[in-house]
Design a protein around this ligand. Structure first.
Ligand code: C2E
Ligand code: MG
Ligand code: MG
Ligand code: MG
Length: 285
């Protein structure tokens, strides 16, 4: 390659890095400003999970949304990791937990028997105040502990495994359901899986999105289901986008499923409307 061309490529690479760096900086700056002013531009969306044995909707996953007045919509995959690095995650999770529990209380007041799971970061699980905070709010709002569940990603669990395990044990001792999220992407060993105080395994959507077309994904997913059975774990398949994928999972005995085929994550109001229409829908018929 001639030198001029190489120089041009380096320059383009520098500009790209610079652009990414600037973007991160502005996201963190906006996040910090919002949190300092306690002017939360967040909302929670809820994605239904269906019991693939009964075919009925049974629970919800709470997913955080941020519409920044300065920067527009910023997806959680972009800002959560920045919030973790900047030390903001605990404050964000406090907001999520409060909102989710108040929405749960509203569901309960409308006789809608759905439970809710929230996503926690590693730094939340090891935060000694969070569990007490959750219990206090459930108590205050008179919501049963079994209606509230947590999800933590496999890769987050692997960051400080001993500490995370110790903290998660406490959640389990209080009867909270704990799901290991994005399972299959974090390279944890089987022995390790056995030592984890989790009772639900969520198969990462990358294995499920094209399940109806990919032989390899079918092999991976059916082995994860076997594995889960031998460890006595419940399984959720996330990322179900077609009737064919749903049927495969149902036939393999996968217990729970979620994905765009059933519903995208919905605002609380949209969820209430969706539920009215779908409370008696049988998704596996
Ligand atoms: P996750 O917990 O694994 O959530 C599932 C993600 O997959 C969500 O993306 C959801 O919208 C998306 N999804 C669900 N079904 C389908 C499908 O059929 N097809 C496709 N293509 N995607 C599907 P979302 O809402 O953008 O969230 C991304 C990630 O951000 C979450 O992954 C979670 O790790 C993190 N996150 C979201 N909310 C929170 C939160 O409140 N706290 C923390 N710590 N992390 C959060
Ligand atoms: Mg999740
Ligand atoms: Mg996931
Ligand atoms: Mg994820």
């Amino acid at each position: 390659m001639d030198t001029a061309k190489l120089q041009q490529q380096i320059l383009a690479y520098d500009e790209e890095l610079d652009r990414k760096y600037q973007r991160r900086l502005s996201v963190v700056t906006e996040l910090e400003r919002m949190l300092l002013e306690e002017r939360y531009e967040f909302s929670l969306h809820y994605q239904p999970k269906v019991n693939l044995q009964t075919g009925k909707v049974q629970s919800l996953e709470a997913l955080l949304r941020w519409h920044s007045s300065e920067l527009g919509f910023i997806p959680p995959d972009e800002f959560i990791v920045l919030a973790e690095h900047a030390g903001f995650i605990n404050q964000i999770t406090d907001w999520v937990v409060t909102q989710a529990i108040s929405d749960l209380a509203l569901l309960q007041s409308k006789d809608i028997p759905l439970s809710v799971s929230v996503n926690l970061s590693a730094q939340d699980v090891t935060n000694a105040d969070l569990l007490a905070n959750i219990q206090q709010q459930l108590n205050q709002q008179q919501v049963a502990e079994h209606s509230f569940a947590i999800e933590i990603t496999e890769s987050d669990l692997l960051k400080e495994p001993e500490k995370a395990i110790r903290c998660l044990m406490e959640y389990r001792q209080h009867g909270f359901e704990i799901a290991i999220d994005d399972f299959g992407t974090g390279y944890s060993s089987l022995a390790y899986l056995k030592s984890l105080p989790v009772n639900v395994l969520k198969i990462d959507k990358s294995f499920v999105l094209n399940l109806d077309q990919q032989q390899e994904d079918q092999q991976i997913v059916s082995s994860i289901l076997e594995l889960a059975k031998s460890f006595d774990l419940h399984v959720v398949a996330e990322g179900i986008e077609s009737a064919e994928s749903l049927a495969l999972l149902h036939n393999w005995g996968c217990e729970w499923g979620q994905g765009y085929f059933i519903s995208k994550p919905l605002s609380f109001t949209a969820l209430l409307e969706w539920y009215e229409v779908h409370k008696d829908t049988n998704w596996v018929e």
